[in-house]
Ligand binder design. Structure first.
Ligand code: HEM
Length: 852
C-alpha cells in the first residue's frame, strides 16, 4: 500500500477556486503520510488530520459542543477567563521582573520588594493591578510569543479541561507551551514524509528528537487530564468559581455560565467511561485541543503586536477606541470591565479599528497559511482565465489540492494594498460608518450579497464580517479556512484575541527597541523540512506574495512586512522579535483615586496652557491670586512659585486623599501651597542671552546640510537647557513638599523633536538617553501625577500664533506627536476637550474629582 498518496497536486491561490474546494463535500480529507500520522498519533484519531470520515465527524462534535458553542452562548465567561489568564500572566511577569531588576522598580506606591505575591496581584481588578505595577519594565524575551501563549494555554485549559487559570504554575505552563511548539515542529517533519524515508531516517537524531517531542506533549496532556479528573472528583466540574477568582464577579460569572454546561474534557471522560471512546482517543483529542488552542490566537496576536511595537500611532488609535468603548474603567470590577468591553463572538460592529487590525494581521500573516485537502471522490473545479476563457480541472479520488490562504489574502483585485500591513486600506469597510461595520453573525451583508455584481472592493469590505460570522459569501479572506473542515475554534479565537488585545493596550506600552535585529530569513530554506519545501515551491510559483515570501518585488514597509515566517503546519516567525514593554496605569477616565502631587498642562503652542494654569490656580485658590484675571497672573522665572490658601479644606482633601501621607495631612492643616512652574523657556533664553530670532531660526529646517546640522545642534542644546531648568524647578518643589502645577513637561520637548525628526530619530533618542529626561518622564508617569493635553484652540484653522517666544503655526501633526510621545513613553494623559478657559477649568476640576 502506498503510504503517502499524493495523486495529482493542484495548487490553488484563487479565492473563487478555493471556495469550490471549501464548499464541496468531497474535500474533507487532508494529505498526510500514514506512517507519519501514526507516529504523531493522528492517523484516524483526533480531529485535525483524521481522514476517517465517520470518526472525524464524531470527534468534531466534541469540539463544536465544548468550545464553539461556549464561545457563542457564553461569551462573557470566555471574556472573564481570558481576562483572568491575562492578569495572572502579567502578574507573574511583573513579579519576576521586579525580583530580577530592583532598579526597574515601579514608580507607583510599591517598590519592587513590596509587590504583593503573584496570586494576590492577579486577584486585583485590572485597574488596580495596573496601578500596582505601573512603571515596571518587562522584556518579553526571547520574544512576546510565550507571554501570549501562556494566556491562550490557560484559557484553553480552563474552558476545555475545566482547570482554573492558575492550576498550572508559570514554569510548568511554559514547559507545556514549548512542548506544543515542538509538537508542531514534529508534525511539520513527519506529516509529508513517506514511509520509506521515515524508515531510512528513523535512526537519526532528528527523527528521535521529533518523536520525543510527540511523546513529551502526550505525557503532558495525560498529566493535565489527570489533574482535571482529580479536581472533578473533589469538586464538581466545571467549577466556575475557580475560573474567575474575583469576589462578586465570580458568583455572577458562574450564574451566567450555567452549571449544566459540559466542558470538552468532561464530555470526553464521560464517553470514555461509557465505553464510547478509547483512552487513546481521549488523549489525542485533548492533545489536539491544546495544540489548536495554544499556538493559533497567540501567534496571530503576536504578529499584530510586532506591528504595533513599530506603529505607535496605530497603537494609540486602538487604545483610544477601547477607552471610548469602556468609559471610566478605574472603578470597575473585572466583571464590569468584561461586560463593558464590547466584544462578542461574531460581532465586528464595535471596536472596528481593533477588529480591522486583527483582520489585517490574519490576512497578512495567516497562522495557517495553507489548507491541504484530498478529494474523496471525483470532482471538477472550474474557473475563468485572465483572458476570460473557461477552464476545468478534473480531480480523481486521492488527488490533492493545496489551497494557499496566504496567496488569496494578497489578491490585489480585492485588497488595495495587498503587500503592506494596512488595515485602513484593506479593511476600510470595517472602520466606523461603513456597511461592514454593522455586520454581525445575524446580519452579515456579505451573506446577502450573492449577486455576481458584487464589486471586488466590497468583498474586502465584507471580508471581516464573513470571517467572523462564518458566512460563505466572502471568499477572499479565509484565515480560519472554511467549510466542513474549517476552523472549529474561530469564535473562541476571536474572543481571546480581542480581549487580550484590549487588556494589553490598557496596561502595557511598547518601548522602542533601537537594536531591532535584521529580520533576515536566509536560513529558512536550508533548514526546511518536506512541508516547507512543498510550501516554498508553491510560494515561489505563486504570482502573489506569500507569508513566507516577502520577496514579491514589492517594496514593503513596516516591521511585520520584514518579518519572515516559515511553515511549521502553523506559520511561525523565522526570527522572532523580543517585545519590550512598560506597565502603565490604566489610561483615561478619572484619576481621582490617587493623591495628586503634580499637574502638568502640555500641548502645542497656541493651545492656552499658561492661561489654563493660571485659571486653575485661581479656581483652586482665589484668595491668593487676589481675584486678578488669569492672564494677569504673575509670571517670570522666580515668580512661578506662589503660595495659595485653599478655599476649602475639602479641595485639598480631595486632591490629597492618599491615606498615610503625612505631607498631605500637613498640607490640609496649614493650607494648600502650589508651586506654579511657568515661563521656563523664556527664563532660559533670558539667562543665556538667546534672542527670539535665534530661537525661531534654530527651529526652522534648512536645505543646506551644514546649516541644518548647525540648527539641529542649537535646537537640541536649547531643549537640554530647558529640560535642566524644568528639572531644577520640579526638584525644588518636591524638596519643599509642594504640589506642582506646570504649564509644560518633558513631553513638550520630546513632542517638538518627534514632530521634526520622527520618533526613531537620533535626535529623539539622544534626548531620551539623558538622565534628566528620564527623571522628568518618571515624574509624569507617577500615579500621583496627572498630565493634561490641550489641543490648539482651533487646529488647522488659525494662522501663526505668537506665544511671546516665537511665531508658530499649530499643526495637527504636532498634536499627534504629543500623543505619540506619551503613548510611547507610557505616560497616561487626559485630553481636555472644552475650548473656553471657563469650560476647561470645569472639565479639569471634574477630572480631578473636585467640585468647582
Ligand atoms: C486566530 C486563531 C485561529 C486561526 C487563525 C485558526 C486557523 C485555522 C485553520 C486555517 C484551520 C484549517 C481550516 C481548513 O482546512 O479549512 C483550522 C482548523 C482547526 N482549528 Fe483553528 N484557528 C484558530 C484558533 C483556533 C482555536 C482557538 C481552536 C480551538 C480551541 C482551533 C481549533 C481548530 C481545529 C480543531 C481545527 C481542525 C478542524 C477540522 O479539521 O475539522 N482553532 N484553524
Amino acid at each position: 500500500m502506498q503510504c503517502l498518496h499524493w495523486g495529482k497536486i493542484t495548487f490553488v491561490g484563487r479565492s473563487d477556486v478555493a471556495a469550490q474546494v471549501f464548499k464541496s463535500k468531497s474535500f474533507v480529507n487532508r494529505l498526510g503520510s500514514q506512517h507519519g500520522l501514526k507516529l504523531l498519533g493522528m492517523h484516524e484519531e483526533g480531529i485535525i488530520w483524521n481522514n476517517n470520515n465517520t470518526g472525524w465527524q464524531e470527534k468534531r462534535k466534541y469540539f463544536a459542543d465544548g468550545i464553539q458553542a461556549l464561545a457563542v452562548k457564553n461569551a462573557n465567561h470566555v471574556k472573564l477567563t481570558t481576562l483572568a489568564a491575562f492578569k495572572l500572566t502579567l502578574a507573574e511577569h511583573c513579579c519576576a521582573a521586579a525580583a530580577a531588576a530592583p532598579s526597574s522598580a515601579p514608580t507607583s506606591s510599591y517598590t519592587a520588594a513590596q509587590l504583593p505575591p503573584v496570586p494576590e496581584l492577579a486577584a486585583l481588578p485590572l485597574s488596580e493591578l495596573a496601578a500596582q505595577v505601573s512603571g515596571l519594565s518587562l522584556d518579553l524575551l526571547p520574544d512576546g510569543r510565550d507571554f501570549l501563549r501562556l494566556i491562550t494555554f490557560r484559557v484553553t485549559a480552563a474552558l476545555a479541561f475545566g482547570l482554573p487559570v492558575d492550576a498550572v504554575g508559570k514554569d510548568e505552563a511554559l514547559k507545556v507551551v514549548h512542548q506544543v511548539a515542538d509538537y508542531f515542529k514534529a508534525w511539520d517533519y513527519f506529516l509529508l514524509r513517506p514511509d520509506w524515508l521515515c524508515r531510512r531516517t528513523s535512526h537519526t537524531a532528528e527523527h528521535r528528537k521529533h518523536l520525543d517531542a510527540v511523546h513529551a506533549l502526550r505525557d503532558a496532556t495525560a498529566h493535565l487530564i489527570m489533574l482535571a479528573a482529580a479536581r472533578r472528583t473533589s469538586t464538581s466540574l466545571p467549577n466556575l468559581d475557580e475560573l474567575q477568582p474575583h469576589g462578586t464577579a465570580t458568583a455572577a460569572g458562574a450564574a451566567a455560565s450555567g452549571p449544566e454546561e459540559p466542558c470538552f474534557l468532561c464530555q470526553l471522560l464521560a464517553d470514555q467511561a461509557a465505553g464510547k471512546l478509547s483512552q487513546q482517543a481521549v488523549q489525542q483529542l485533548a492533545l489536539e485541543m491544546l495544540l489548536a488552542g495554544t499556538d493559533t490566537s497567540s501567534i496571530s496576536l503576536y504578529y499584530l503586536m510586532v506591528q504595533l511595537s513599530d506603529d505607535p500611532q496605530l497603537e494609540q488609535q486602538l487604545l483610544a477606541e477601547v477607552l471610548a468603548a469602556v468609559g471610566d474603567i478605574h472603578q470597575l470590577s473585572d466583571m464590569q470591565l468584561a461586560a463593558a468591553l464590547p466584544i462578542s463572538a461574531g460581532d465586528d460592529a464595535q471596536l472596528p479599528k481593533c477588529q480591522a487590525s486583527l483582520c489585517e494581521a490574519l490576512r497578512f500573516k495567516p497562522v495557517g497559511p495553507v489548507s491541504i485537502r484530498q478529494a474523496t471522490e471525483a470532482v471538477t473545479l472550474s474557473y475563468k482565465t485572465a483572458a476570460g476563457s473557461s477552464k476545468k480541472e478534473h480531480l480523481q479520488p486521492g488527488d490533492t489540492v493545496i489551497v494557499s490562504l496566504a496567496t488569496m489574502h494578497r489578491d490585489p483585485t480585492v485588497f488595495p494594498d495587498p503587500h503592506s500591513f494596512n488595515p485602513a486600506a484593506n479593511f476600510a469597510g470595517s472602520y466606523p460608518q461603513s456597511a461592514a461595520g454593522t455586520a454581525t453573525s445575524q446580519h452579515c451583508p456579505a451573506a446577502n450579497s450573492r449577486s455576481s455584481a458584487v464589486a471586488a472592493r466590497s468583498v474586502a469590505e465584507h471580508a471581516v464580517s464573513a470571517a467572523v460570522c462564518g458566512s460563505d459569501a466572502s471568499d477572499a479572506f479565509r484565515p480560519f479556512g472554511h467549510g466542513r473542515k474549517g476552523c472549529v475554534g474561530m469564535q473562541l479565537g476571536w474572543l481571546e484575541m480581542k480581549v487580550m488585545l484590549a487588556c494589553w493596550l490598557l496596561t502595557l506600552r511598547f518601548r522602542q527597541d533601537t537594536s531591532k535585529p535584521q529580520l533576515l530569513a536566509s536560513s529558512a530554506a536550508a533548514t526546511a523540512g518536506i512541508g516547507q519545501q512543498v510550501w516554498g515551491r508553491f510560494a515561489s510559483s505563486s504570482s502573489s506574495s506569500s507569508s513566507s515570501s516577502s520577496a514579491a518585488g514589492t517594496a514593503q514597509s513596516g516591521l511585520l512586512s520584514k518579518m519572515q515566517t516559515r511553515w511549521q503546519v502553523a506559520a511561525q516567525p523565522v526570527q522572532p522579535l523580543p517585545l519590550h514593554v512598560r506597565c502603565v496605569p490604566l489610561a483615561g477616565g478619572s484619576r481621582r483615586s490617587s493623591g495628586l502631587r503634580k499637574l502638568y498642562v502640555v500641548g502645542p503652542h497656541g493651545s492656552g496652557k499658561t492661561t489654563l494654569c493660571n485659571a486653575l490656580l485661581q479656581a483652586l485658590a482665589p484668595a491668593a491670586v487676589g481675584g486678578g484675571t488669569a492672564a494677569a497672573a504673575p509670571a517670570g522665572p522666580e515668580d512661578g512659585s506662589m503660595c495659595s490658601e485653599t478655599p476649602a479644606a475639602a479641595v485639598a482633601a480631595a486632591l490629597h486623599n492618599q491615606a498615610g501621607d503625612t505631607r498631605t495631612a500637613a498640607a490640609t492643616a496649614v493650607g494648600y501651597k502650589w508651586k506654579l512652574i511657568t515661563e521656563t523657556a523664556r527664563h532660559v533664553m533670558a539667562a543665556h542671552g538667546i534672542r527670539r530670532e535665534q530661537f525661531m531660526l534654530c527651529s526652522r529646517s534648512a536645505a543646506d546640510p551644514l546649516i541644518a546640522a548647525e540648527r539641529r545642534a542649537a535646537f537640541l542644546q536649547l531643549q537640554q537647557l530647558i529640560t535642566a531648568e524644568q528639572l531644577k524647578r520640579e526638584r525644588a518643589a518636591s524638596a519643599a513638599a509642594k504640589p506642582v502645577l506646570s504649564d509644560r513637561a518633558i513631553i513638550d520637548v520630546l513632542a517638538y523633536a518627534t514632530e521634526r525628526w520622527g520618533s526613531k530619530s537620533a535626535e529623539v533618542q539622544q534626548l531620551l538617553a539623558r538622565p534628566e529626561t528620564q527623571e522628568l518622564l518618571s515624574n509624569c508617569r507617577a500615579a500621583t501625577s496627572v498630565v493634561l493635553l490641550l489641543p490648539p484652540y482651533d487646529a488647522g484653522q488659525c494662522g501663526p500664533v505668537d506665544d511671546g517666544v516665537r511665531m508658530i503655526t499649530p499643526t495637527a501633526d504636532l498634536m499627534v506627536a504629543f500623543e505619540v510621545v506619551m503613548h510611547q513613553q507610557g505616560v497616561p494623559y487626559e485630553v481636555v476637550r472644552s475650548s473656553s478657559v471657563h469650560a476647561r477649568v470645569g472639565e479639569v476640576l471634574g477630572l480631578l474629582g473636585v467640585g468647582k
